[in-house]
Design a protein around this ligand. Structure first.
Ligand code: DGY
Length: 323
């Protein structure tokens, strides 16, 4: 029997490719990343399985062109790059990779928070540029303690909850806002308190975003919100760039309306060294590495393949969205 065809928009770990090759006829895009829409359209015309990444926009048009497509398996927890509703109508399974990247992403949020508070990257830049001239003075390079500060978690799902566990050990006061409050039991266990969105943004010293990018969250953090935040507040985003209005954020930082930001995701990725965000000392920029540890990325590859295997055979992926 002829092997089913699978297209990958970029390569994966060797073990994953080996696994895929045993079962399928695979083709891997090896040119410029991300693959162009025109090329992707041609490449997936006859395939039954597609492995994609957050940078690949899988829209209605593309889905319509892939007549044999049974499954889209994305190597990410986020799936805002895929038209889930349309895939559902077309009975195409969609798999993603939550859980395995929870710790890594929460760890990055904590790293960005501590980095900003203690000015670690800023200090690194000071040394590398030969500007470490003042030693140990009472006012030199002073940062801020996390202890006693209020951490506001926007979205208490898997990653938000794990962040709360981490933050608890820094003796922070933790408040959260989610579409629905979690159970009292869970609140108690995590040591968190549910508040309205308004309270979250006005009371937090640090706000960390852990919601998906949807119509409702698109550009939710804009000037109107920044003006309500504390002047010293720090905004952390390891979710999706489009949840923040970046132009407004730049104005807010310039005018010192908020205190700083730790970002892993951006409206348009990758950003380059001329991006206006790069000029702020009180902003830490990471290159979209929330899930990027060797352990996590390996687990994500395993899940991506499992999701693909199930979906290509008409079954529900282990982690399924939509149909
Ligand atoms: C995801 O998996 O969606 C994350 O953005 C990766 O860091």
């Amino acid at each position: 029997m002829e092997k089913k065809q699978v297209f990958l928009t970029r390569t994966l770990h060797n073990f994953a490719l080996k696994e895929l090759k045993k079962r399928y006829k695979i083709e891997i895009h090896s040119g410029k990343i991300p693959i162009s829409k025109t090329k992707l359209q041609v490449k997936i015309q006859n395939v039954e399985g597609l492995i994609c990444f957050p940078y690949d926009k899988i829209d209605r048009n593309l889905i319509d062109n892939a007549k044999n497509l049974k499954v889209i398996s994305t190597y990410s927890v986020g799936f805002d790059h895929i038209d889930i509703e349309y895939a559902k109508i077309k009975k195409i399974r969609v798999g993603h990779t939550p859980e395995v990247l929870t710790n890594a992403t929460a760890d990055l949020a904590i790293s960005l928070m501590l980095d900003i508070l203690r000015r670690v990257s800023e200090g690194d830049r000071i040394i590398r540029s030969g500007k470490w001239l003042k030693i140990y003075g009472a006012y030199d390079y002073v940062g801020t303690d996390p202890q006693g500060k209020t951490l506001g978690i926007f979205g208490l799902g898997r990653i938000g909850s794990t962040l709360a566990k981490r933050a608890k050990s820094f003796d922070m006061k933790i408040i959260y806002h989610s579409r629905n409050p979690v159970s009292k039991n869970k609140e108690k266990k995590l040591g968190v308190k549910y508040v309205s969105f308004k309270k979250l943004i006005t009371q937090s010293d640090i706000i960390s975003i852990h919601v998906p990018h949807t119509k409702e969250t698109n550009q939710l953090f804009n000037m109107k919100i920044f003006k309500k935040m504390k002047k010293t507040a720090i905004l952390i985003n390891t979710a999706r760039g489009k949840i923040i209005n970046e132009k407004d954020l730049i104005i807010a930082l310039n005018k010192k309306i908020i205190g700083g930001a730790g970002l892993d995701v951006y409206e348009l990725e990758p950003i380059n060294k001329k991006h206006p965000l790069t000029k702020f000392e009180n902003v830490i920029l990471a290159p979209h590495v929330g899930s990027s540890t060797k352990e996590t990325r390996k687990k994500m590859a395993e899940i991506t393949i499992k999701n693909l295997n199930l979906g290509i055979n008409g079954k529900k992926p282990i982690y399924s969205v939509g149909y």
